[in-house]
Design a protein around this ligand. Sequence first.
Ligand SMILES: [Zn+2]
Length: 425
Amino acid sequence: MTARKRGILAQSIGAAARRAAAALAPGQWLAVGVLGLSGVAAFGLAPNTTLETVATVEVRRALPPPALQPIDAGSAGFWREERIQRGDTVGHVLSRLGIDDAEAMAFLRTDPAARPLYQLRPGRPLVVETDDDGRLLQLRFVTGTGELLSIVRGGERLAAATTAAPIAAGLKLAAGEIRSSLFGAADAVGLPDAITLQLADVFAGDIDFYKDLQRGDRFTVVYEMRYVEGEAVAAGRIIAAEFTNRGKTYRAFLWRGADGTEAYYAEDGSALRKAFLRSPMEFSRITSGFSNARFHPILQTWRAHRGVDYAAPTGTPVRATGNAKVAFASVQGGYGRVIQLQHSGAFSTIYAHLSRFAPQVKPGARVSQGEVIGYVGQTGWATGPHLHYEFKIAGLHHNPMRVALPKATPLPERVMSVRAKALSR
Ligand SMILES: [Zn+2]
């Protein structure tokens, strides 16, 4: 892709994000303005592009005001800023800032109010004002919890105070292509982990992020970021997202209902949250990624034992794929330590070879979709640690990788139509 084309793309995506920002009015489609984004993103991420040529754009809506103005107009000090480096101590940073002030150092070491200063995070700025002799006049630092620590010299005394810092909200847009794992792609475009996990959660009804991901899958996400003193301190919610998995594109838009509840919908208004998650594996850095062995997971093993196996380290959390009542949680032959969940509408799911159960999982107990019910192991007939997962409708096995899963609010006759669909494949 030529540089000029990339420039045009960046502008288009930027414009889409600005439309998204304008659409942030409460009580509305939070991301209706970003609908045009999808086409742009699809163009921007043409199949033969590489990560180097994929346009990745960061857009901040509201730039916070310049952070650091001397409060005392009569102050004649020098303001300096230093970024915290990996392995820094408070002493190191202050010495780089030219502070030569034993009294201030003693204060910072001993005063309890100055303690947040010791939560040094690489990349964060520390700002000081000093006088001609290197004496500390003021210090400002955004703490790990997003508060503003200020230390001010009043006369001969230093005083520290931590206050709630004014928070500016902004929208960011990131787009990436998967080469080895979702987290790898997210890291490459600076997507915070919290947003990566949300992304997997938003599309969990449609995509098995453990088995379905392929090299070349793409995502575009518009999300909130909170800024304190110009520093990104916390990621908020995903406002809109697009995920292309194995050539099929899914889109999600955050919608806030009149009662304030928020949920994600596709552009045709259908809910993204389904009655079942595609994968019983809790998505994390551990379960992110794929190997060639997972590229064709579907039928060979399925025919052999009527379930789907998820290889994962012992102890990896396993989650209920739908709301259910625990029908069985015990040890049973080849299954080893196994849980059977009974869902509404004649659906049941089985999770086998577990190393242990979650404490609340007892026969008769209710569990919610996404709740961790047990942990991967290799009990029973298992040659290595893995989860064996079965999906049954009215007692009959169905391949959970292929079955058409019911919608979030199933009608009574849905069971039969889903079953008919699954059987006709
Ligand atoms: Zn199995």
